[in-house]
Design a protein around this ligand. Sequence first.
Ligand code: SAM
Length: 290
Amino acid sequence: MEQWTIKKLLDWMVDYFQAKAIDSARLSAEMLISSVLGMKRIELYMHFDKVVAPDKLARLRELVKRCIANEPVQYLVGSCEFYSMTIKISPDCLVPRPETELLVERAIEFLRNHAPSQSVCDLCTGSGCVAIAIASGCKDAKIIATDICDKALAVAAENLARHDLQNRVELLCGDLFQPVIAELNGEPFALITVNPPYVTTSEMESLEDNVRKYEPALALHGGVEGLDIYCRIIAGVDPHLKSGGALIMEIGCAQGDAIKQMLKSTGIFKEIKVEKDFSNNDRIVTAIKK
Ligand SMILES: C[S@@+](CC[C@H](N)C(=O)[O-])C[C@H]1O[C@@H](n2cnc3c(N)ncnc32)[C@H](O)[C@@H]1O
């Protein structure tokens, strides 16, 4: 019978994924094989000649089929890398994107440079990736993280336990600021972060299959112009943010001007900055309260 070593399997999968135009063919193949074999990706290269057992091959065959049907590899393996941390995810959560790491960087910088108080609210937390990355980067940060989806919050709870952050990140279920009111005790946050759903109605139709078919619409769709959640956050932020505090938001690449205008029209911010990501698209807005 034909024997499949790790090297042979990896070479075959990379070629097959490339032929099927799967994004990041090598990374996807490595992620699937290492997940099924219970090894780190680097270990695959240290055990190239190891023969893969028939039950593992059968499992991989099934995952390869799902992968070429465009199911995101992160859902297939149940985790992803974000800000150099492993984050558990499920189809109830958005797959954290590299662009969102810039939101985390700005949040950590703000807490380190400006805020004596380290109280943070992370809205639309999903898997909890942003809250967890901030808490890991700022050891004094105390974070309330909210989301309307209880299934996503169940995944966030597992992530908090994995990273031993249950004492510094509290999860609350509800619509934007609604569940935090009772928790505030009159003390507004120093920092509010959010990566809300911001895809427009028309863009929803033209998303890549791996996003449109598999990622939750609740995490993606931001209304006709993609601005619905921003309007509500900006309208409701004042009582939740202390003077000198920052609202840092991820935005869609065509939304910078509209969101800047919305923030300006509140009259409560002294500084509003729109920043580009590594693809030169508007991506992060930072607004500092007067
Ligand atoms: C773009 S995802 C962001 C997830 C995570 N913070 C990240 O950066 O990967 C948006 C999240 O907002 C949540 N959401 C959508 N509408 C909401 C609302 N009205 N109130 C609170 N959360 C909401 C979704 O369940 C989803 O988890």
